[in-house]
Write a protein that binds this ligand. Sequence first.
Ligand SMILES: [Zn+2]
Length: 184
Amino acid sequence: MPILPILHYPDPRLRRVCVAVERFDDALRELIASMAETMYDAPGVGLAAPQVGEAIRLLVYDPRRDDDDGDDGDDDDAVEPPRAVINPEILQREGSVVGEEGCLSVPHFYGDVARAARIVVRFQDGEGTVHEEAHEGLTARILQHEIDHLDGVVFLDRMSALKRDILKRKIKKAAKAGEYTLTA
Ligand SMILES: [Zn+2]
């Protein structure tokens, strides 16, 4: 599977509102496999389809990074494949927790973002099967961050205005100095 180029903020393609996936076919599953490989290669813990230029409601994430959701004691986690989350819908949000986030589309920049502490999410997998799951900890944060991408929202948008402006200025400066690659 090919490694896909990742779009970097402020690429306008990251601002598109993505459309629902309707065909659960081999082409979709190939894209999922390529996205998973791209995510691990980066390396990252989550990647949304718009980040690789596909404006559809699909994301992948690494469930092995989840150390908050109750470990069952065995080592299955170490071999669990990346998960595909398609047409996700957050049904419930509870609590609020601030944590540092980064993004493969904003490489090397990080900022604090408030997210719901617990979510219930309904989604389809690569076969079209519907799942409904509760998540907290890192997985809840990853899912909220990646689902935002499907609506054209990046984590900078969720930061305080002051911190966002500082980060935007730093990115501009880094881009000018050739230390931050633009894709647009
Ligand atoms: Zn991101």
